[in-house]
Design a protein around this ligand. Structure first.
Ligand SMILES: *[C@@H]1O[C@H](CO)[C@@H](O)[C@H](O)[C@H]1NC(C)=O
Ligand SMILES: *[C@@H]1O[C@H](CO)[C@@H](O)[C@H](O)[C@H]1NC(C)=O
Length: 192
């Protein structure tokens, strides 16, 4: 009898332990993100894709860090409220699963982005992302080549115009000479 009771106590302890562990798992925040490092060009967009699971409604907070600079981007609670700072409000898109879209990238956007998930219970979890922003060189080159093409076109047009004017001038000179010769012929022929 005593023997059985002991087992009962152990069973209950194991059951309780498993239950508590499951509860802990269920309560633990998880942040899943397919990609942590991004390279983009100026004026492009970036999408920091994350999918969070936690109990209750989380508070999602995004922060930017670069060197000594740390800038608060915004915070939101899915379905409740979204608060993006003025600096970012026009470029940031907030998603319920924690993801953040940042558009019209600038060189100064390069750095680290940290998402912090806060639960009502007080526990939290972070995930970091790296963003590199490249200058758009090919657009400058494109601009230069287009300018060169336009200039070459203008030069060609100018040369063509001058050639045509030259031809016209020669034609006029020749025509006037012929006219004068015809007049001379006419005066010579008059007496007949
Ligand atoms: C988060 O939600 C956005 C918009 O619905 C979706 O495009 C993105 O793939 C989601 N991210 C993950 C990791 O599931
Ligand atoms: C939004 O965030 C800023 C900065 O943390 C804070 O000063 C402001 O009160 C917040 N606004 C709302 C509506 O939560």
């Amino acid at each position: 009898m005593w023997h059985f009771r002991l087992w009962d106590v152990q069973d209950v302890a194991v059951f309780l332990g498993i239950t508590l562990y499951m509860c802990h798992l269920a309560r633990a925040i998880s942040v899943h993100s397919p990609q942590r490092s991004f390279t983009r060009s100026v004026q492009e967009d970036v999408f920091f894709s994350v999918d969070i699971t936690c109990s209750g409604i989380p508070t999602i907070q995004w922060t930017f860090m670069s060197g000594a600079v740390s800038r608060f981007i915004g915070t939101w609670q899915p379905g409740l409220h979204t608060n993006i700072t003025d600096d970012y409000s026009s470029r940031v898109q907030a998603y319920d699963n924690g993801s953040m879209g940042l558009s019209d990238l600038r060189l100064q956007d390069a750095g680290y982005y940290v998402v912090t998930i806060l639960e009502a219970s007080g526990s939290s979890k972070d995930a970091g992302f790296v963003l590199k922003v490249n200058e758009v060189l090919y657009e400058d080159l494109q601009y230069l080549s287009v300018s060169a093409l336009v200039l070459a076109g203008l030069a060609g047009l100018l040369m063509l115009t001058m050639w045509l004017l030259d031809k016209l001038y020669r034609k006029i000179v020749a025509w006037r000479r012929r006219k004068r010769m015809r007049e001379n012929d006419a005066t010579e022929l008059q007496p007949r």
